[in-house]
Write a protein that binds this ligand. Structure first.
Ligand code: 5GP
Length: 200
């Protein structure tokens, strides 16, 4: 069922939810953050996660890092618009915050996995789903290796997972737009264009 939001005093009158997904190593975070910078009134939704914080992560900027018990109580309290387990950790989107931003007419960007996207599209069919693809499987494997973050076994697991995810994304009709990230600047332009078009 479509969710309707009460109108609050807003900077625009045009709330929109954008879902960005794609396999790891495809460059989706860079594209997502560029969309956020390019579009006025857009705002990135900060998920809660049970994943351990790395040196590259900033609490409250990349994620809200919580322990397992806290995450479970948030699930029980219906605090998530969607949540999913990804690579043994749980991640969830804060429901009340997202609803309030939409009611204010803002453009809210979720960077979530495909199972999360399915849940959101069911609740909010007007959400725009964007899936970022690598130019080829070989290039994705090369990018995963070049991050030098993981050992070869982990890279191979992520690669296999990525191929499954891409096939599923193309089959299940959750995504409205597929963007191939061959040249980053062009991919950003395409993503910004798709979001602007959906907002109009
Ligand atoms: P990472 O740990 O590398 O930051 O994220 C791992 C995966 O979890 C990515 O595919 C990312 O899009 C996904 N993810 C991050 N936050 C959420 C969320 O709130 N919900 C869901 N379903 N997936 C998320």
């Amino acid at each position: 069922m479509e969710t309707r939001y009460p109108r609050l005093p807003t900077d625009t009158d045009n709330g929109l939810l954008v879902i960005m997904s794609g396999p790891s190593g495809v460059g989706k975070t860079t594209i997502t953050r560029a969309v956020e910078r390019s579009i006025r009134d857009s705002i990135f939704s900060i998920s809660a996660t049970t994943r351990a914080r790395t040196d590259a992560d900033v609490e409250g900027v990349d994620y809200h890092f919580v322990d397992d018990a806290t995450f479970s109580s948030m699930v029980e309290g219906d605090e998530f618009l969607e949540w999913a387990e990804v690579f043994t950790n749980r991640y969830g989107t804060p429901r009340a915050w997202v609803e309030e931003q939409l009611a204010r007419g803002r453009l809210v960007i979720l960077e979530i996995d495909i199972r999360g996207a399915e849940q959101v599209k069911k609740k909010m069919p007007d959400a725009l789903g964007i899936f970022v693809l690598p130019p080829s499987e070989e290039e994705l494997l090369r990018r995963l290796r070049s991050r030098k973050r993981e050992d070869e076994a982990t890279i191979q697991r992520r690669f296999a997972e990525a191929k499954r995810e891409i096939a599923q994304a193309q089959a299940d009709g959750v995504y409205d737009v597929f963007i191939v990230n061959e040249h980053l600047e062009e991919a950003i332009e395409e993503a910004v264009g798709a979001v602007r078009a959906a907002r109009e």
